[in-house]
Design a protein around this ligand. Structure first.
Ligand code: SAH
Length: 250
């Protein structure tokens, strides 16, 4: 996959994309992330990428010309129809399902706004999708683009390695993930649940599944309404929600 990010602050991307899973994915050529400085596509002496809002008011608005020009330059290299995504608090809410949807493309373009946002004509005539990472306002789209890129890249085949599968992750099946433990088996008097030390894989799987359902019931019950559960799993949900003995891992 190729991800092209348009920003006024390319330096912000240095740390997050050059460490950990994203760095490894880049080194293994599973993804190629290009950061484009919108200012490089301005043609005046001062490299003006923003200007005062028509009609007055506080803040600055990103100008349309350099954003159009950057996207058109990128598209010339690839040419195919590809999602051109504006990060904006007014967009559709980002979720694991949206990350999965985006992970099927071979290229994405992400546009980061700043200050008061971007000229409306970018939204109307250039972008094909608008994404918000939550109902709050950030000072720029850079952190939002990093969130989207990270969530999408870890879903690409090979990125997490064959041993680690994202299938059990929270929000993938509609359930939150079961609790995880590692060594030591006892820490400050707190023990790892017996079943995890038993070596009985069927029982471990059953325990994990129940814990995932209990956790979701307790923390995010509304997720269960949308989760695609089998009739057996539905029965388990009903059982666990009415059964007073059902106990979440402490
Ligand atoms: N005045 C705008 C907000 C501008 S915030 C409004 O009220 O809608 C500046 C920039 O930060 C935006 O252009 C966008 O790119 C980014 N941004 C802010 N909050 C965001 C969010 N929740 N999700 C995605 N991008 C966001």
């Amino acid at each position: 996959m190729r991800i092209d990010i348009l920003t006024l602050f390319p330096d912000m991307f240095r740390g997050p994309f050059s460490t950990g899973i994203l760095q490894r994915a880049t080194q293994n050529k599973l993804v190629c992330i290009n950061i484009h400085n919108i200012r490089d596509y301005t043609h005046d002496k001062h490299h003006t990428a923003d200007d005062y809002p028509y009609g007055g008011g506080a803040g600055m608005v990103l100008k349309p010309e350099p954003i159009f020009e950057t996207v058109e330059t990128i598209k010339k290299e690839g040419a195919e129809a590809l999602p051109i995504i504006l990060l904006t608090p007014q967009g559709r809410l980002f979720s694991q399902a949206v990350a999965q949807e985006l992970s099927r493309y071979s290229q994405l373009i992400l546009i980061c706004g700043h200050y008061e946002g971007v000229d409306e004509r970018v939204r109307q005539h250039l972008v094909t999708d608008e994404i918000s990472i939550g109902d709050y306002v950030l000072s720029g789209g850079e952190l939002a683009a990093m969130v989207v890129a990270d969530a999408v890249v870890r879903l690409l085949p090979g990125v997490l390695g064959s041993a680690a599968s994202p299938l059990d992750d929270s929000h993938t099946s509609g359930l939150l993930e079961y609790p995880q433990y590692t060594r030591p088996a006892e820490f400050r008097g707190w023990s790892v649940p017996e079943v995890l030390l038993s070596g009985n894989h069927a029982q471990i799987a059953k325990w994990r599944h129940e814990q995932a359902i209990l956790r979701t019931l307790k923390r995010r019950p509304e997720l269960l309404d949308k989760a695609s559960l089998s009739s057996g799993e539905r029965r388990l949900v009903d059982n666990l929600s009415t059964h007073p003995a059902a106990k979440e891992s402490p």
